[in-house]
Write a protein that binds this ligand. Structure first.
Ligand code: SF4
Length: 498
């Protein structure tokens, strides 16, 4: 069964009986908890659209391992076309859900593991790649939801993993056995982990040879002994439980349902271990993963911004300002910023190149530029949305005010704008804009896939400044013009006397 249905995905989560905590309490079933439901519902859309003939080309692919039709979320990129289709899939899902649909982290982790296992085997004579391909075949056939886990707690930021007072601040191997390894530590900000089938653990940073215990990559079932998830809080999460017009994004999450995943001495059998001590490859693996994931943001945030632009444009109709030329110009600016990041993501994909294993990498300069622009444009788009929607975003009364006969008529009367729209409609739209421009969504755009400085380091490294200096010198002082052309501003050679 290569393509799960949404119902099969939800049932399979129930069967897992994952150990998870919400608001400090152990919950019975992640699939039946209202705080997690919006995130499960979002992922369910990724399963649903893969069955839609209209989206088959974008949502599915042919497995290079089995030749079977599989979900694109379990596919290894083998061409620039694959990379472009991934970005198109992300924009589509962003438009349909208006939020983070979580599966991209696992997808990029699969590709990073595919590439790095090949490279380790080539140089070290190990057999990780064959082992990983066997694992991947199982993932594709079962259409698993995978969470990628990279960010360690990191403890004292000025200290390396091996220098920490508490060595568990980075996930590490605490015991090596003949049949596998035991890992300990935690990963933070884990997108979709709490509603995943498996977690792909990767090193979170480059490592030195003395830090080989931290060089571990493996696949851990979400219900393995010693694994537990502690769910994070998000803006407005309790409002979702209330219903009515105060919710924001009623059916889907605000961001990716992030959780802390703890590995409390978890045994991982050899067939699920894809890096075990090869410290010098950790940095490359982090780099592969981050580069792929940074390009994604031009797709998913593009789709999310489409929805936000739509909500803002509708708000201008509710307010009666939609024909004002300044309003139209601001909407145009939102569109411009959104399409700029999308175009860079498509460009990074179209300019992709083959890695030694045959998997396709996006253009690193453009991928990092996409993410850098996201850390600005998402804020700017939100700023313009606030500008157009007005101050009522911050002061509008809640749902209960409409139900209290003592104040309801005042709330209605003084929030009425264009009479074609009801006041509650205005509140509902306002709550959506509030939701999608909240601290949670902004911070996710800022720090997801790496903080801004991480991209700037890559951009400067990739830019080849010396080459640019050479270009400038050649343009300013170069002498490769056609001989004899009387170029303006160019001194003709002085005649030699004598
Ligand atoms: Fe995918 Fe975007 Fe969510 Fe990352 S932030 S997992 S790229 S939807």
């Amino acid at each position: 069964m290569a393509l799960k249905t949404p119902a099969e995905y939800v049932d399979s989560l129930r069967d897992l009986n994952i150990r998870a905590y919400v608001n400090g309490e152990r919950i019975e079933s992640v699939a039946d908890h209202p705080s997690i439901a919006p995130h499960i519902n979002t992922v369910a859309k990724t399963y649903e659209l893969a069955h839609d003939p209209e989206h088959r080309d974008v949502m599915t692919a042919e497995s290079h391992l089995t030749g079977e039709r599989i979900h694109r979320y379990t596919h290894i990129f083998h061409s620039a076309d694959d990379l472009v289709k991934k970005i198109q899939m992300l924009r589509l899902l962003g438009q349909v859900t208006g939020t983070c649909f979580q599966r991209c982290v696992g997808l990029d982790a699969l590709n990073a593991l595919y590439a790095i296992t090949y490279e380790i085997d080539e140089k070290e004579g190990t057999t990780y790649h064959r082992r990983f391909c066997d694992y991947l075949t199982g993932v594709q056939r079962a259409d698993l939801m995978l969470a990628g886990a990279m960010t360690d707690p990191k403890g004292h930021r000025a200290k390396r993993p091996s220098q920490q007072d508490d060595p568990d601040q980075f996930v590490r191997v605490v015991e090596r056995r003949d049949d596998g390894v035991v890992i300990r530590g935690a990963k933070l900000h884990n997108t979709g982990g709490i509603n995943s089938h498996e977690v792909l653990v990767m090193p979170g940073t480059g490592l030195s040879d003395e830090e080989s215990d931290y060089a571990v990559a493996c696949a851990v079932p979400a219900n393995a002994d010693g694994v537990l998830f502690i769910f994070g809080r998000q803006s407005n999460d309790n409002r979702k439980l209330e219903g009515g017009c105060d919710i924001g994004n009623p059916r889907f999450g605000v961001v990716g349902g992030e959780a802390m995943v703890v590995f409390d001495d978890v045994f991982v059998p050899n067939e699920r271990v894809f890096m075990n001590g090869e410290a010098k490859y950790a940095g490359t693996m982090v780099n592969y993963f981050a580069t792929w994931h940074r390009a994604n943001y031009g797709g998913c945030k593009g789709g999310n911004a489409d929805v936000l632009i739509g909500a803002t444009a509708k708000m201008t109709k509710v307010l009666g300002t939609e024909r004002n030329s300044v309003v139209r110009d601001k909407l145009t600016e939102m569109i411009h910023m959104n399409e700029t990041t999308y175009a860079s993501a498509i460009g990074a994909s179209a300019m992709g190149y083959a890695l030694p294993c045959g998997a396709y990498m996006v253009d690193p300069m453009m991928a990092n530029t996409v993410k850098q622009n996201i850390t600005r444009n998402v804020y700017q788009i939100g700023r313009l949305s606030h500008d157009l929607a007005g101050g009522f975003l911050a002061t509008m009364p809640g749902e209960q005010s409409f139900d209290n006969p003592e104040i309801a008529r005042f709330v209605e009367k003084y929030h009425q704008a264009n009479p074609e729209y009801q006041t509650r409609e205005r509140v509902k739209l306002g709550r959506y804009i509030e939701n999608m421009t909240s601290v949670t969504t902004m911070v996710e755009a800022m720090h997801g896939a790496g903080s801004p400085q991480a991209q700037r380091i890559v951009m400067l490294g990739q830019a080849d400044i010396d080459k640019k200096i050479e270009m400038a010198e050649q343009v300013i002082d170069g002498d490769d013009d056609v001989e004899g052309l009387p170029l303006p501003g160019k001194r003709q050679p002085a005649e030699v006397e004598g």
